[in-house]
Design a protein around this ligand. Structure first.
Ligand code: G3P
Ligand code: MG
Length: 332
């Protein structure tokens, strides 16, 4: 009785200081679109304790996706993946904008991306007090972009006469590139107001949805904007980039992982295994941050078609279940 109590105590202690931790990418590793990749549920159950050691292993989800408040997204991910994921385990592309609002929340900002005013509401939830949308400008003067008419839902939520923005925050993947590129170039070349600082939260040129071929992500929008800005001004677009693989995003995510692992600043980190499908974001970022990286074959990268990945992972495996199995066996 005493020994089992002692064992439980030691295991709890071991639990707090697990020797390994996981960082899971979402699209192309756990999900295809809104559906769970079949083996993802098993993989997460293994991390939650259904493994040969009976150990609950700390983990976070780190995605270049987003478009919903963290608490709401965590609830829907928990439902789809069959495990309880808290908002404190979820870092989306735009989560990093929340601490930034402490310093710049009072400034007028233009918010890009997402459906209708979902991203305006995310910005307000982070503490931005003057978030505008591209449709606010079109509602002010429909001549800004003559090839698009606001629909009833947009007219309902538009707030005409927005203040000139200090920042443009690309919270999620833009939906109306033509209007948004025209508007951003107008704002960057405004005759009297200073150009806003442009911030992107996701550099992905491609990502894997439920369509069998990778889709253009926010990085493709940035590419289009950069080209139109240079063609019309001759200048190189200046911008701040967050999201995987940037150092800022991995450092930000590490704080969440330390919380999950019960690690204080200065204490030794567990060995972190990043499981991703995109060599450019998941593998490049993990390698640069000194984490182990596992590239799986269920997303952007496909070993049958793509040849050697541009960024070499610690290990290449078929899917996230194999990734979790391999990492646990390797650690114990
Ligand atoms: O918009 C989402 C996409 O760019 C990538 O998401 O989860 O693979 O980082 P994820
Ligand atoms: Mg992915």
């Amino acid at each position: 009785h005493i020994t089992s109590g002692l064992a439980r105590g030691l295991q709890t202690q071991a639990l707090k200081k697990s020797s390994l931790a996981f960082c899971f990418d979402v699209d192309g590793v756990l999900l295809h679109g809104h559906e769970a990749i079949p083996c993802a549920k098993k993989a997460l159950r293994m991390v939650e304790g259904e493994n040969s050691r009976g150990l609950k292993i700390p983990y976070i989800l780190l995605t270049n996706g987003g478009g919903k408040p963290e608490a709401e997204r965590a609830r829907s991910l928990s439902e789809v993946l069959g495990v309880n994921i808290s908002e404190h385990q979820l870092i989306q592309a735009h989560t990093i904008l929340r601490p930034i609002a402490k310093k710049y929340g009072h400034e007028p900002v233009l918010i890009l991306g997402g459906e209708l005013d979902t991203c305006r509401k995310i910005a307000e939830g982070y503490g931005y007090t003057q978030p505008s949308l591209p449709i606010d400008y079109l509602a002010t003067d429909s001549r800004i972009w003559p090839f698009y008419k606001l629909n009833d839902a947009e007219n309902e939520i538009a707030k005409p006469h927005p203040p000139h923005p200090k920042f443009v925050l690309t919270v999620h993947d833009p939906r109306n590139w033509a209007l948004e590129i025209q508007l951003l170039v107008d704002l960057l070349t405004h005759p009297t107001h200073p150009p806003p600082k442009i911030v992107f939260c996701n550099p992905d040129l491609l990502w894997r949805s439920d369509y069998p071929r990778s889709r253009f992500g926010q990085g493709a929008f940035r590419t289009a904007l950069t080209a139109a800005y240079r063609a019309s001004t001759g200048k190189k677009l200046e911008y701040e980039q967050f999201g995987k693989p940037t150092r800022a995003t991995y450092e930000f995510a590490e704080g969440f992982l330390m919380d999950q692992a019960g690690i204080e600043v200065g204490e030794e980190m567990p060995r972190v295994y990043m499981v991703g499908d995109n060599p450019e974001s998941d593998i490049a970022g993990a390698n640069a941050h000194g984490w182990e990286s596992i590239l799986v074959n269920t997303g952007v990268y496909n070993s049958a078609d793509d040849g050697p990945p541009v960024h070499w992972p610690t290990r290449m495996l078929d899917n996230v279940e194999q990734a979790v199995e391999w990492a646990i066996d390797r650690e114990f």
